[in-house]
Design a protein around this ligand. Sequence first.
Ligand code: CMC
Length: 378
Amino acid sequence: MAVGEYKPGLEGIPATQSNISFIDGQQGLLEYRGIRIEELCRYSNFLETAYLLIFGELPTAKQFAAFVEDVNYRRRIKYRIRDMIKCFPESGQPMDALQSCIAALGMFYPLADLHDASFIYDATARLIAKMPTLVATFHLMRQGNDPVAPRDDLSYAANFLYMLNEKEPDPLAAHVFDVCLTLHAEHTVNASTFCALVTASTLTDPYTVLTSAIGTLSGPLHGGANEEVMRMLAEIGTIENVVPYLERKIKNKEKIMGFGHRIYKVKDPRANILQELAIKLFDRFGHDPYFDLAIELENQAAKYLAEKGIFPNVDFYSGLVYRKLGIPTDLFTPIFAIARTAGWLAHWKEQLADNRLFRPIQVYTGRHGVRYKPIGER
Ligand code: CMC
């Protein structure tokens, strides 16, 4: 391959063929299995959307009831996993805790046979079921509290908020959280999904596939950006500081967190949905002055960044929604991971169905023919 063909970050290079989701970055369009994200957020729910992503079609009522039951039944985690979490440092990053827990799950549910459909199904239901429990358990235990057992009578979203706060959530809060999960569930071959594909292509187990993906999601250029947005709004502090902050960042060639996307060259459609959800929450539970800062930042940033096609992405407004739901900032990225588990598993299955080991080539830029020099001569 000629050196000129190298594209940093593989920009524009197809890494796979997939029929799971589609983005039109010029139109601001996102579809899961052909259905627009706006429609899924309005009419579906996270577990139904997860089914759609993983199995390719919307479930019938019977299929959906069975899937919900199979997920609910697997929500609990083993005592030994709880004991392990107890040993984690309280100051540990929740994403690191989650990654460690998923790696450990692989030891409790070892790889049977990747050709065995029931193993694939069990692992899929188990991973979707246990992710929220693991996040909530670490959060409570790092504060010295006992974990709260999942409640089978609550929906997926309501149960997570319940486990976090030991209190049944308001129905609006549960609904908004469920929509957040739906719109984070899948997003083509982003960094963590690509990482999941590479790991899956070695034919390792699904727990290892997810462990790789969680690690990749945790970085500030990917899932970690929503936490950075909240830190940025805290640093800005007042409306008067928005323009000086922006000008300083632009002058220093620093990134504005929650802005920009490799594919979208218009505002991310998920940011529009999250903005509406935030307003719904404020109408019900009270306004958040950070929202005013965010709106001012979006308006002012357009003057500097719109011509480059840089607009708010999914991470810009998600933190404001989570903050109003009372979720601590360092759980924002683990929540992203809970939702994206559906997409990762869908891509894992798709990769297995037509697997070839990922083994790209590199453009070597080093030396050749160098003679070894003994240590005393260096
Ligand atoms: N603020 C200011 N300038 C930006 C930003 C930003 N957020 N993003 C890109 N640019 C500029 C960048 O400085 C560069 O300008 P120039 O051509 O003058 O040097 C140009 O746009 C291209 O930037 P890039 O970093 O090469 O573009 P990319 O396609 O690699 O960037 C990105 C994609 C998401 C990494 C980047 O936009 C970014 O770092 N954003 C901030 C972090 C963030 O919000 N991440 C969440 C992404 S969406 C959710 C997810 O994937 O998890």
